[in-house]
Design a protein around this ligand. Structure first.
Ligand code: ATP
Length: 133
């Protein structure tokens, strides 16, 4: 089975760098399944798990927005933050989720509401990838 390289990079580190068979990521216009020799594209991503298929195995990475660039044999994801399941502190994410939900239950400015929604999405993504749900 042919492969493509998946690199997930944050300002701090390279979180993921492996040969994979398929990448599934949530673009702003919907889910994208990328296989080798996909047409080149660049898209913003939503806050969601990214799935890397390697043979019969699926690996999940929590990716908090950013951009995905697809080239012939390579997918590069640049995100403000991203974590592997094994790096996720699920308890911390659950606390972040509770704080975000609490903020969403109170009247606030639109900017604060958007921030709380993004914080909630980050927390839910971490809980899913970290195996907390
Ligand atoms: P919190 O409120 O718990 O800090 P946050 O969503 O505000 O969460 P971010 O600003 O997205 O956190 O991330 C700051 C840094 O902390 C990043 O390096 C990110 O990878 C890391 N991080 C955040 N939450 C977790 C977690 N639950 N487990 C592991 N690393 C985390």
């Amino acid at each position: 089975m042919s492969t493509l390289r998946l690199e997930i990079v944050t300002p701090e580190r390279t979180v993921y760098d492996k040969d994979v068979n398929m990448v599934v990521a949530r673009g702003v216009d919907g889910d994208l399944g990328i296989m080798p020799h996909h047409i080149p594209l660049v898209t913003p991503l939503k806050i969601a798990p990214v799935k890397a298929k390697i043979g019969n195995n699926d690996e999940f990475i929590a990716v908090h927005g950013g951009f995905m660039e697809v080239r012939k044999d390579k997918v590069v994801i640049l995100a403000e933050s991203a974590e592997l399941g094994s790096d996720i502190d699920v308890h911390r994410a659950q606390q972040a989720k509770d704080r975000a939900q609490d903020r969403l239950n109170h009247k606030q400015t639109e900017v604060d509401h958007k921030r709380a929604e993004a914080a909630l999405q980050r927390a839910l993504t971490r809980i899913r990838v970290g195996g907390g749900e």
